[in-house]
Ligand binder design. Structure first.
Ligand SMILES: *[C@@H]1O[C@H](CO)[C@@H](O)[C@H](O)[C@H]1NC(C)=O
Ligand SMILES: [Zn+2]
Length: 391
């Protein structure tokens, strides 16, 4: 009996650890876009990030405060932690500059530390010191905004799913799956990119997490081990991105996201598509145009992975064995590290499309089909708005 039950448990765990379940067309169609919250001048999510936010400066602290306020107001069930470190930099004249990463985590209720595997979504929030006044709209204000919106969109469905597990009795075989958002500081070099002048926040965090051990016998040894996939967004928000699949070991996850992109395009949900209903309506010639792809490598074969990748916040994590899905275009956007990487040069349709795609991916990863109630939520938002007299 014991023998069989152990076998069954193992079989269950093996298949569940790769559990991932598709969202229906209806759900995909009802995923809310960020709308006014991404207005670059007044939007509650994006506008406050679009300022200079060099590590160790008041702008950086203000943006961090914006994130904290957003979670406290909209997502009180998320656990917030700061990870603080200091370092000198090539421009600090020997002074220690503070770097503050924000870690926002939502685990299933009652989960034991060391027993939860987490989908970890990552972007950096600092901006580059030069050129002076650089805003870094794609680098990475827009990706940070996407993650905040994603968290808010999925939060109620997570609650509902976990409540239903609690009422129906937690199946012994159910794996414990959580979501985590890392908003990292100090990604940019102060002078020029070297091993010591870059990735200040992520290097300190990966190192500290490597030595933060969970209780003995835990399923996951330390917080790094708890990361089931590290999804890093960077340089997103310019028109026409080409995002390759960089890593063979996570190509399966890339393919899931590419498949979602394909479905969202087919459903007419991608605003940047030349075949989006709004664009077709304006065109005399209604013949469909070639449908572009953000994720261009869905068909990439196993032997085509030759090892090229872009150095970014994932490096200190990858070096410690964490699985990485890096969503960054190659080539980089034309505005990269130029003054033109500002609000005016964001392509808002593309920003919105990325946001929906990431939201859908997290929804599938967390197996949230059947737990959405977007219509009701919309009404609630509307009621709140009228209550407070906001048009
Ligand atoms: C870490 O930095 C944040 C933001 O500056 C601050 O509020 C917090 O008190 C710091 N935590 C520690 C332990 O120093
Ligand atoms: Zn940059």
């Amino acid at each position: 009996m014991l023998f069989y039950s152990t076998l069954l448990r193992l079989a269950g765990l093996l298949c569940l650890s790769a559990a991932y379940s598709t969202l229906s067309d209806d759900t995909l169609k009802s995923i809310p876009g960020p709308g006014d919250d991404f207005d670059v001048k007044k939007g509650s999510i994006l506008a406050p990030i679009l300022q200079t936010r060099v590590s160790g400066t008041p702008g950086n602290a203000a943006v961090l405060q914006h994130f904290v306020g957003f979670f406290k107001t909209n997502l009180p069930k998320w656990n917030l932690e700061f990870h603080n470190s200091t370092s000198t930099t090539p421009t600090s004249n020997g002074k220690e500059i503070p770097f503050v990463n924000l870690i926002a985590t939502r685990d299933p209720p009652g989960a034991q530390v060391g027993e939860v595997g987490r989908l970890t979504l990552v972007a950096h929030y600092d901006s580059k010191l030069e050129p002076k006044g650089f805003i870094g709209a794609t680098d990475s204000a827009a990706p940070c905004a996407m993650l905040l919106h994603t968290a808010r969109t999925l939060d109620a469905a997570l609650t509902k799913k976990w409540e239903s597990i609690a009422t129906d009795g937690l199946d012994e075989l159910d794996e414990q799956k959580g979501v985590q958002i890392l908003l990292l500081d100090g990604e940019e070099a102060f002078v020029s990119w070297t091993a010591t002048d870059s990735l200040y926040g992520s290097r300190a965090l990966a190192e500290d997490w490597e030595h933060s051990f969970h209780p003995a016998m835990s399923t996951y040894r330390n917080p790094l081990d708890s990361i089931s996939l590290f999804v890093l967004l960077d340089l997103l928000g310019s028109t026409g991105p080409h995002v390759p699949s960089y890593f063979k070991t996570t190509h399966w996850a890339y393919k899931h996201m590419a498949n979602l992109e394909h479905r969202l395009r087919e459903l007419g949900e991608f605003k940047s598509s030349p075949n989006h209903p709004s664009k077709l309506a304006k065109r005399k010639n209604k013949k469909p145009r070639d449908e572009p792809r953000f994720l261009v490598d869905a068909e990439k074969g196993d032997d085509a992975f030759i090892g090229g990748f872009v150095e970014d916040d994932h490096v200190p994590f990858m070096a410690r064995g964490v699985e990485i899905l890096h969503i960054i275009p190659t080539p980089f956007p034309k505005v990269w590290h130029r003054m033109t990487d500002d609000a005016e040069h964001l392509d808002m349709d593309t920003v919105e499309d990325w946001t929906k795609l990431v939201t859908a991916f997290v929804g599938e990863w967390m197996e949230l089909e059947g737990f959405f109630d977007f219509k009701k939520e919309k009404r609630k938002v509307h009621e709140e708005k009228t209550e407070f007299g906001i048009p």
